[in-house]
Design a protein around this ligand. Structure first.
Ligand code: CDP
Length: 233
């Protein structure tokens, strides 16, 4: 009989629309781990703020009102068979949080230190039990600095914009390549330059540039890294 593999913590970070969420979800499925999309949590807080008039048309945030509401914002994940959706106050908001409107406001919300502290605390609680794959921007650096497996994903901004455009068009969204590219570049800049846990590669992360990889190739690459790490434990 095969000995049971030890459970570990897997952190997958990287640039916007780099395909890290799909890779992370697929890996979790293959090895029977829980999967948490930390970006969905920042997106849900942003949607809450937009719905409650805390972000105006120019993107200015009423930070004071948002911080007051923050402890009462109820974010959770619901699993339906093979798919997972994000809920806000019990309502399924999975498709709404992926809209361009939310994408255009999320990075400034995610740069607010108190918002980060609240969500990082929730994420760390979710990871108390190992056997988890979490993806985001600061998982290997801040949320789980001791994760046994850390991956940092990148691809050119043009490739990333093209992939996100295809995803949005498939969902029926009327967006242009230029809009998506400018959102990708803008979020990269805000995420990289914010004061609180900026996007950067952890020193002990394995880098992956998946610009020329197919989905199957990147899934295989990730599973191979997992098997290597487990074999060394
Ligand atoms: O659209 P994409 O999948 O690239 O991004 P996401 O993972 O949904 O994250 C949306 C935004 O949330 C990012 O652009 C970051 O500003 C923020 N974020 C963060 O600051 N820290 C995380 N751990 C995850 C997301």
């Amino acid at each position: 009989m095969q000995p049971t593999a030890p459970l570990i913590t897997i952190a997958i970070d990287g640039y916007s629309s780099s395909g890290k969420s799909s890779m992370a979800r697929q890996l979790a499925k293959s090895i029977g781990y829980r999967y948490i999309d930390s970006g969905a949590m920042y997106r849900a807080v942003t949607l809450y703020a937009m719905r409650h008039g805390m972000i105006d048309a120019e993107g200015n945030i009423d930070t004071e009102a948002l911080l007051e509401a923050l402890p009462g914002i109820d974010i959770s994940f619901r699993i339906n068979g093979d798919t997972q959706s994000t809920t806000l106050g019990g309502e399924d908001v999975e498709s709404e949080i992926r809209s361009m409107a939310v994408s255009n406001n999320v990075s400034p919300v995610a740069a607010i230190p108190q918002v980060r502290h609240a969500l990082v605390t929730m994420q760390q609680a979710m990871g108390q039990q190992k056997g988890i794959v979490m993806d985001g921007r600061d998982i290997g650096t801040t949320v789980f600095p001791h994760a046994e497996m850390k991956i940092f994903v990148n691809a050119s901004p043009q490739t990333r914009a093209q992939r996100r455009l295809a995803e949005l068009i498939e969902k029926g969204s009327a967006v242009t390549y230029e809009e998506v590219l400018s959102n990708v570049i803008n979020r990269d800049n805000i995420d990289r330059n914010r004061k609180e846990s900026p996007l950067r590669q952890a020193d002990d992360a394995i880098e992956l540039d998946n610009s020329t990889m197919s989905i199957e190739q990147q899934n295989r690459w990730l599973l191979d890294r997992y098997n290597e790490i487990i074999a060394r434990l």
